[in-house]
Design a protein around this ligand. Structure first.
Ligand code: NDP
Length: 277
C-alpha cells in the first residue's frame, strides 16, 4: 500500500511553525506583490499569497497595475521597492504581459528581496551551495520528502523537465541532498527507460497524465508537479495518479500535493528575508 504525501497538511504545519516564529521573535516583514493585468489564474495565486501572509502574521502590500503598464514603469516601481526599507520581499506575479521582458524584471529585483528565488544571483548561490533564496516549488518538494521520511541520499533521482523555475533548481536541490540526479527533457531518448531507474521521480513536464505506470519502478516515490484543469473542471497532474499510485511507495496527489507547498515556501523566504535584513 502506498503512502499519500499530504502537501496540504505539511504546508499548514510549516505555516504554523512560521506563525509561531514571527510572534515569538517579533519579526516584522512585508511582502510587496505586483500583478500586471488581471489574468484570473494570477489573481487567485496573488490572493492566496496575501492570505498566507496574513495567516503567519506578516504584512503584504499589493500593486495591481493595468495591462498596459510599460516595462519602464514596472522597473521604476521595482527600483522604488528595492530602496524601501519597509519592504522585505518583492514578488512579481508571472506571467507578465507579452510587451514586458520577464527576464529584465526578474534581474531588477534586489537579490536581498528575491523571495521567489528567480534572480541569477539566487540561482548561482544554489548552484554553488551558498546561502540564498531558493525557488519555492522545488524547495517545497524537498520539504515534502524530508517531512515524509523519504531519504534522498544515494538515491537515483530523475527529474522530468528542465525549466528555470522547477526542473533545474529541483535537480540542484536533489544533488545538494546527495541524490544521484538525472534531468530529462523533450529530447531525452527512451524517457520511460530512464524514468524506470528512479527511486525518486519528479514529474514537471507540463503534460496532463503523461506519466503512466510504464515510467515507474515498483516502490518508487513519485512527486507530481504538474497542474492542469481537465474538461470536467477537475484538476490533474502530469502523472496518471490511478495508474501509477499502486506501483509506488509514496506519491503526491493533485490537488493537495506540491501546490500548497509553493506558497508555504514563499512564506519561509519572506521570513528569511526579514531575518537577513
Ligand atoms: P515548462 O513548460 O517550462 O517546462 C516543461 C519541461 O518539460 C521542459 O523542460 C520540456 O523540455 C519538458 N518536456 C516537455 N514535453 C516533454 C516530453 N514529451 N518528454 C520529456 N520532457 C518533456 O513547465 P514548468 O517547469 O514551468 O512547469 C511544469 C509543470 O509544473 C506545469 O504543469 C506547471 O503548471 C506546473 N507547475 C506547478 C507549480 C505548483 O506550484 N504546483 C509551480 C510551477 C509549475 P524542453 O526543455 O526540451 O522543452
Amino acid at each position: 500500500m502506498y503512502k499519500l504525501i499530504d502537501g496540504k497538511l505539511i504546508s499548514t504545519t510549516i505555516k504554523d511553525e512560521l506563525k509561531q516564529e514571527v510572534a515569538d521573535k517579533n519579526i516584522k516583514a512585508t511582502l510587496a506583490v505586483i500583478q500586471v493585468g488581471n489574468d484570473p489564474a494570477s489573481s487567485v495565486y496573488v490572493g492566496n499569497k496575501k492570505k498566507a501572509c496574513e495567516y503567519i502574521g506578516i504584512g503584504s502590500k499589493s500593486f495591481e497595475l493595468p495591462e498596459e503598464t510599460t516595462e519602464e514603469e514596472l522597473l521604476k516601481l521595482i527600483d522604488e521597492l528595492n530602496a524601501d526599507d519597509s519592504i522585505n520581499g518583492i514578488l512579481v506575479q508571472l506571467p507578465v504581459p507579452k510587451h514586458i521582458d520577464d527576464e529584465k524584471i526578474i534581474n531588477r529585483i534586489s537579490p536581498l528581496k528575491d523571495v521567489d528565488g528567480f534572480h541569477p544571483e539566487s540561482v548561482g548561490n544554489l548552484c554553488i551551495g551558498q546561502e540564498g533564496f531558493v525557488s519555492c516549488t522545488p524547495a517545497g518538494i524537498i520539504e515534502l520528502l524530508k517531512r515524509s521520511d523519504v531519504s534522498i541520499e544515494g538515491k537515483e533521482c530523475v527529474v522530468i523537465g528542465r525549466s528555470n523555475i522547477v526542473g533545474k533548481p529541483m535537480a540542484l536541490l536533489l544533488l545538494a541532498n546527495n541524490g544521484t540526479v538525472t534531468v530529462c527533457h523533450s529530447r531525452t531518448k527512451d524517457l520511460k527507460k530512464v524514468c524506470k531507474r528512479a527511486d525518486i521521480l519528479v514529474a514537471a513536464v507540463g503534460k496532463p497524465k503523461m506519466i503512466t505506470a510504464e515510467y515507474v519502478k515498483e516502490g518508487a516515490v513519485v512527486i507530481d508537479v504538474g497542474i492542469h484543469r481537465m474538461d470536467n473542471g477537475k484538476l490533474c497532474g502530469d502523472v496518471d495518479f490511478d495508474d501509477v499510485a499502486p506501483h509506488t511507495s509514496a506519491i503526491t496527489p493533485v490537488p493537495g500535493g506540491v501546490g500548497p507547498m509553493t506558497i508555504a515556501m514563499l512564506m519561509v523566504n519572506c521570513v528569511k528575508a526579514a531575518k537577513r535584513r
